[in-house]
Design a protein around this ligand. Structure first.
Ligand code: HEC
Length: 198
């Protein structure tokens, strides 16, 4: 009993020391603040509204040529091919609500700007970050055209890309700013399940 109490005292002192250390801020003397330039290299995300898209443009015909050179080796000659490594980039139109849905970028992705962002940051998978902005615009145009979302003569740039309405744009639950635990409960059971007391 006595030794138990002593352990408690030791624990209390240890905790108090931690709190004091936290209050002073953690100073491990490791690393440094990144420079503006360094942050810029990583800060490449393009949101649905496309505000971050760089200048440049591309046509479907230019995209077809680049696709053949830099993408077809993995994604197949038409983009509709599927392997165990990736989904098809092209096709599957009208299958999303069937029992055998094909989730290509054309059928599934809600925002056209995400295609630009993804290709820009991640493709070609073995040479990421090597494509120019114009090449990414052209590839995006080509893949949108092959998915019947734009016309062959359309040009894709920072102004036209965010305006494209993807077929599955409204197929997702919208983000709920008022979300809290149990918010979606009514979808799953007629009566709200009482939450267990902590
Ligand atoms: C070395 C092989 C390789 C090359 C070359 C390549 N890709 Fe990919 N790509 C992949 C793999 C593997 C995935 C799946 C990655 C994952 O799911 O994590 C993928 C995924 C994608 C996706 C997302 C598909 C989805 O529905 O999730 C797009 C878009 C894409 N690639 C476009 C391109 C374009 C455009 C090029 C040419 C510039 C290209 N890829 C070149 C291997 C490659």
């Amino acid at each position: 009993m006595l030794s138990g109490n002593r352990n408690l005292v030791v624990l209390a002192i240890a905790l108090a020391t931690c709190v004091a250390a936290l209050a002073q801020g953690l100073t491990y003397n490791l690393g440094r603040a990144p420079s503006e330039e360094e942050i810029k290299v990583w800060d490449i995300a393009v949101g649905p509204a496309g505000k971050e898209l760089p200048p440049g443009s591309g046509t479907t015909q230019e995209g077809a040529k680049i696709y053949a050179q830099k993408c077809a080796a993995c994604h197949g000659p038409t983009g509709a091919e599927m392997t165990i490594y990736h989904r098809p980039l092209v096709g599957g139109k009208g299958t999303l609500t069937t029992t055998n849905p094909v989730r290509s970028i054309g059928t599934y992705w809600p925002f056209a700007t995400t295609i630009w962002d993804y290709i820009n940051r991640a493709m070609p998978q073995d040479q990421q970050g090597t494509l120019s902005a114009n090449e990414v615009y052209a590839l995006t145009a080509f893949l949108l055209y092959r998915n019947d979302i734009i016309k062959e003569s359309d040009v894709i740039d920072a102004a036209s890309l965010p305006k494209i309405q993807m077929p599955n744009r409204n197929g997702f639950f919208p983000a709920e700013p008022e979300w809290k635990p149990g918010y979606y409960q009514h979808y799953f059971s007629p009566q709200p399940v009482p939450r267990r007391k902590p």
